[in-house]
Design a protein around this ligand. Sequence first.
Ligand code: HDE
Length: 736
Amino acid sequence: MPKTPAPSAKPKNAKPAADPGGADIGGESPQKASLPPADAAISHVYGETQGSGGETHQTAQGEVAVLTTQHGIPVADDQNSLKQGPRGPTLLEDAHFREKIFHFDHERIPERVVHARGYGAHGYFELTDSLADVSRADVFQRVGERTPAFVRFSTVAGSKGSPDLARDVRGFAVKLYTQQGNWDLVGNNIPVFFIQDAIKFPDLIHAAKPEPDRDFPQAQTAHDNFWDFISLTPESMHMVMWIMSDRTIPRSLRTIEGFGVHTFRLLDAEGKSTFVKFHWKPKAGLQSVAWNEAVKINGADPDFHRRDLWDAINSGDFPQWELGVQLFDDDFADSFDFDVLDPTKIIPEELVPVRIVGRLVLDRVVDNFFAETEQVAFLTHNVPPGIDFSNDPLLQGRNFSYLDTQLKRLGGPNFTHLPINAPKCPMGNFQQDGHMAMRNPKGRANYEPNSWGPTAGGPREDPVRGFTSYAEAADGPKQRVRSESFADHYSQARQFFTSQAPIEQKHIGDALVFELSKVERPDIRSRIVSHLRNIDETLSATVADGLGIDLPEPAQAARPTIMDLPPSDALSIAKNGPGSFEGRKLGILLTDGADAALFKALIGAVDKAGAVYEVIAPKIAGATLSDGTSVAAKHKVDGGPSVLFDAVAVLVSDAGAALLAGDAAAKDFVTDAFAHCKFIGLSKEAQLLFEKAGIADDLDEACLPLATAKDANAFVAACGALRHWPREMAVDLDAK
Ligand code: HDE
């Protein structure tokens, strides 16, 4: 057989590749011709953005930086390992090769045991209403002052590479770099949790994650182990209502709420305590996608949420949330129907209003995902003076877990030296050494008290400014016990359900039927329905019917359900939508010959609404409109399904419609948009496509004609309602 010459066989004096960015792997480095002399000074500039602490390689202006080893030795050839002759063995002596492979082999750190998949961004918190009356926390004192922030959003169950639209709780972890140290508010987009005691957390997570023998399913709760555990854990029923609602399939990370979940304390200068619950309320309003849509988004764009956040921030559309606090005292706590220490309960906003005290703005993406988003370490015990914990048993357990987990993930006690974790205020103590210590104080004093004087002696404790705990009296027998006051598991689950709009109630029923239909054991399905009987009879009947089973007896309840807790509008997504198309995305399916004036009117209306659009065309090169203008496409039809957009418009010529009518992906585009209850704008030429897709006769009042500029404006205004939910009754068998 003739031998193909190995790339390394290329003579050393071969010409540099013609394409400087090209793949001439056999030749010398294409950059070599422009390299500065090997001894040119390289300054490693530490990122001023502080996030990654990353270096940018810089040389004198216009010069290309020299590639070096980790030890700074310039590298002459990064394409070929050192060999004994062109076809000989690779030599151990090749230090650059060994270092490069060694470093690559160790690039991964353990992913988070929960919340592995996440995405972060920088920004700031701005105080808009002083809380000085109830808290001495520095961050709450001066209206208008900005505190740097880093936020990491996440899903809980999936691995690091799992899709963004898994039905799951979203983590909403905020690190505020206050002038009195870092405050980590490590919350979720749901204000309650599955369990009441941290000792159950490993069981919950084991049950939710892939089953241990088969290692599937990935990033989903629709399997036997999860529902088995839940069916035996009645305290999770309130959370079950939330996770089966559309809260767990959000449209965007910009459209989720955040909650501190636990009751915390605020402390004033005298040590007086006020209970507090923290809320983040998105300026963009609440919005979710449909379940069938979520399933398809996961295939079309598994990075849907991170891409959306990245694009929004980079385009200057900075995501914002308001910080709200519910403040209450012991009297309220004593009079409330439920225990404020129980993390499976909310305090309805109608009972204790949410006072808005600030806003959080995310205005900068990370420089380096690993350095910032992957290495950020949140610790629930990071609270500055003026904020304190309650005895919520879940919070108490978390305060142990988060420090412990960082040691495993980040490999040593010095993870606070990483720029993303380091405080941005003066700090000092006598902790020293350990793996990768970067902050190594000079001088002799490494203990206190010492008598080396005020400067050389180092930092001193400060009883006035320092952190103090609320002096709560505690007494009682030592016992493993669950408080009697935690025993009502169904009343607030019912309150959540009755607070939903009818379409949201339907979605909860659909989700339960979907998940339980994936469960193999009939006894588990039935046990869940027996709990639903204690929540709402219509819901349990719907789910039993959807599963095709007889209604089981209600589960034994430790406390009877309070049937008449008043509904709370704050719990519904439908009732808290944005009411406008601002920040949303229109998909415009466009072909050659489409009406140019109409297209211009449409994109003008989108722009006026503060929304964005993307063009989908039969070819990625784009479309040539009726007046000869060419418009670039963002997606080819089969790469830009309608699930990626909040609403769609079909602007085509007769020839374009005929072309698309023969294309399955184009037909899916319109049938999916229709099935997902989206607003659809269509030019009259598009009719053929809808006919061939089989939905021309079903078009309803949310399928709007596009012929004039006025139509374009009316269509975009209608899109502000986001979805035309009444259509679901016509397109879903479960609704009939
Ligand atoms: Fe967490 N949780 N958690 N959790 N959690 C972690 O810490 C834990 C709980 C939450 O973006 C871990 O650094 C226990 C409630 C978020 O980096 C770990 C219990 C809430 C994040 C851990 C809970 C959360 C975590 C894994 C039961 C909402 C991601 C990696 C008592 C209020 C933070 C890490 C990020 C991460 C333990 C329950 C939110 C293992 C033991 C309730 C948003 O320490």
